[in-house]
Ligand binder design. Structure first.
Ligand code: NDP
Length: 283
């Protein structure tokens, strides 16, 4: 049985903790700092933030206050869409490190493949910023680099020139939208799937069937969805700003979903929100 201390091994040989704490929509300040401190107390060692969440400073404050050794933690942040060239990406990496008060990032991702301001030129933008990210790896500022919200055509373009193959693709992934095509393509090329919105940003949690099935395991709908993600081999990133729910969401290592029930959950497509399309998002 997997434990909360388990790791996946990335395509560059580095280890990554199999569950991470999501921080989107937790406002910078006391709430973000406390939420991260609760997460660290609950046993998450992997924190997922992004420049656009505007809470990197509070994540950094929590890390310092926790007194946990830097090497024991795994910190991810992401390049926002307004950084559209090499120079901007270089500066953005430095800025995130400064806000997080860290010497290095464990993982850095291109947040979206096709930002609205450069919609006709996304290939050039991604190749430009990828070079900056590869250089940051060489400089020791980042351990692993990857992408987010990439579909097959975005990945194909990147793989043409990438000297470093992305280690992960972080995508919207939960029973409601299982993104079969991009999951298959990412796996084929050795990228680990990080499951963002493993609860569909909460949208799957009221589903009657999911709740009924969870009750048969004496677990909540949220715990069942997170466990499903882990048993699929994904890396779920549940978010909560509530201490009780932060603990609840990592309490998923004392039960196992049967093969039959995994298939039942696979059948829950459409119970909540669906994945956004990176080529048409408004940012
Ligand atoms: P989740 O799917 O994790 O769901 C979070 C929502 O569910 C919140 O409203 C939360 O409320 C609620 N919730 C959490 N746990 C429970 C529970 N046990 N019972 C009932 N309600 C619960 O949402 P996110 O969309 O935030 O995704 C998770 C993380 O993935 C993000 O925080 C971010 O780190 C990453 N992400 C990345 C994206 C990308 O483009 N790369 C895009 C979106 C997310 P409450 O806080 O009140 O508990």
């Amino acid at each position: 049985m997997i434990s909360k201390n388990a790791t996946y091994t990335l395509n560059n040989g580095k280890k990554i903790p199999i569950i991470g704490f999501g921080t989107w929509q937790i406002p910078d300040g006391q709430l973000a700092k406390d939420s991260v401190l609760h997460a660290l107390e609950a046993g998450y060692v992997h924190i997922d933030t992004a420049a656009v969440y505007r809470n990197e400073a509070s994540v950094g404050d929590a890390i310092i206050e926790s007194k946990i050794k830097r090497e024991s933690l795994y910190i991810t942040t992401k390049l926002w869409n307004d950084n559209i060239d090499y120079r901007m990406a270089k500066a953005a990496i430095k800025e995130s490190l400064t806000k997080l008060q860290l010497d290095y990032l464990d993982l850095y991702l291109i947040h979206w493949p096709n930002p609205k301001p450069i919609r006709d030129a996304w290939q050039n933008r991604n190749s430009d910023v990828w070079i900056a990210m590869e250089e940051a790896v060489e400089e020791g500022l980042i351990k692993s680099i990857g992408v987010s919200n990439f579909r097959e055509h975005h990945l194909k373009a990147l793989l043409e020139y990438a000297k470093i193959v992305p280690a992960v693709n972080q995508i919207y992934l939960n029973p409601s939208d299982q993104q079969e095509a991009v999951v298959k393509f990412s796996k084929k090329h050795g990228l680990l799937l990080e499951a963002y919105s493993p609860l569909g940003t909460g949208s799957i949690l009221d589903d009657v069937q999911l709740n009924k099935l969870a009750a048969t395991y004496n677990k909540t709908a949220s715990q069942l969805a997170i466990r499903w993600s882990l048993q699929k081999g994904y890396l779920p990133l549940p978010k909560s700003a509530n201490r009780h729910r932060i603990f609840e969401n990592i309490n998923v290592f004392d039960f196992e979903i049967s093969d039959t029930d995994m298939k039942v959950i696979d059948g829950y497509r459409g119970i909540g929100k669906l994945a956004p399309d990176a080529d048409i998002v408004e940012y």
